[in-house]
Design a protein around this ligand. Structure first.
Ligand code: NAP
Length: 317
């Protein structure tokens, strides 16, 4: 640990589109932000976007752009205005003292404001083949990857609103969408269920889980279905597997200190990005269970930066 940790105006935790946009805005406001970009704690440096391939729905790139490249551009743009980066995970965050105290495994820093942009991670099945075929037909984002399944057959796992939404959305491209759900009843709201039931391209496999994902040459070729009542297994050929079994917001650092909603997402005081802890702001997927898009994350990062800037102006007035 350094002897005399410095005090920063802004420390941003997380380096997806939300954190990097907050960095861009606060650096352009001469606040010299520090981004602690993480290594692997809640996901990769640069967030979930670095796990995707073509991003075709981020405005400004008519030909599309690769996810990791988009993140690199955002990172470089914020760096140009004086953003500093630590490529480490935050291990401790003490919000009970002012300025706030932030520690990584090797360094520490004090902060007048903290912007939380730690993102969320899709819940995984934890079955053989899932990691190896991630990006090769296994996805947790129909909006991002559905386009690549034109006239193909896909499986959606889950029985909630997300699964129904993903299944219905995927019928725009896929020739057949099979929802695999572990019970015989959906959790999704009636309206979302009805929409899926009415869609002739959507079929259901009930009382079943996926116990293995199989691939050929790095591309999904099928799944092993297991009936939860009988234990019977069967091979089910498919071109893609979309997981819609929920997301897990990365809130470990602020558990019990920053307010969260019933699903564990950080609660902000709408329409701002303020949390219940004065001087702490949240943006991106860690506070957004609804949209979860790079562009909405970036927009909320901009809001957090402006809110932090205003808070600092009040502090130093
Ligand atoms: P969710 O409601 O928690 O549903 C998750 C689904 O995945 C459940 O059906 C669950 O099965 C299943 N599941 C969980 N773990 C599993 C596992 N390991 N293996 C197999 N299946 C598993 O999550 P969500 O659908 O993402 O929705 C989250 C919140 O966002 C909800 O409040 C939802 O209403 C909201 N949302 C709203 C909209 C909308 O209104 N447009 C769209 C998306 C999401 P069980 O049912 O057996 O537990």
């Amino acid at each position: 640990m350094s002897d005399t940790p410095e005090t920063r105006n802004v420390v941003i935790i997380g380096s997806g589109p939300a954190g990097l946009t907050a960095a861009l805005y606060t650096s352009r406001a001469n606040l010299e932000p520090l981004v602690i970009e993480g290594i692997q704690a809640g996901g990769p440096t640069g967030g979930q976007l670095t796990l995707t391939t073509d991003v075709e729905n981020y405005p400004g790139f008519p030909e599309g752009i690769m996810g990791p490249e988009l993140i690199q551009h955002m990172r470089a743009q914020a760096e140009r205005f004086g953003t500093q980066y630590w490529t480490e995970d935050v291990t401790e965050l003490d919000l009970s003292q002012r300025p706030f105290h932030v520690k990584t495994g090797t360094q520490e820093v004090y902060a007048h404001t903290v912007i939380l942009s730690t993102g969320a991670r899709p819940r995984r099945l934890d079955v053989p083949g899932e990691d190896e075929l991630w990006g090769g037909g296994v996805s947790a984002c129909a909006t991002c990857d559905g386009f690549f399944f034109r006239d193909k057959e896909v499986v959606v796992v889950g029985g909630g609103d997300s699964a129904m939404e993903e299944a219905t959305f995927l019928t725009k491209f896929a020739s057949k969408v099979t929802v695999v759900h572990r019970r015989s009843e959906l959790r999704a709201s009636k309206i979302m269920q009805d929409r899926a039931f009415k869609n002739p391209k959507v079929e259901f496999v009930w009382d079943s889980t996926i116990s293995e994902i199989h691939g050929e040459n790095g591309v999904v070729s099928g799944v092993l279905l297991e009936n939860v009542n009988t234990g019977e297994t069967s091979e089910f050929p498919t071109d893609g597997v979309f997981l819609a079994i929920g997301h897990i917001p990365n809130t470990r650092l602020v558990e019990g200190v920053v307010d969260t909603d019933a699903n564990g997402y950080i609660q902000v005081i709408e329409p701002t990005s303020r949390t219940n802890v004065e001087g702490v702001f949240a943006c991106g997927d860690v506070m957004d269970p609804n949209y979860r898009q790079a562009i909405t994350a970036a927009g909320s990062g901009c809001k957090a930066a402006i809110d932090a800037e205003r808070h600092l102006a009040e502090l130093h007035a």
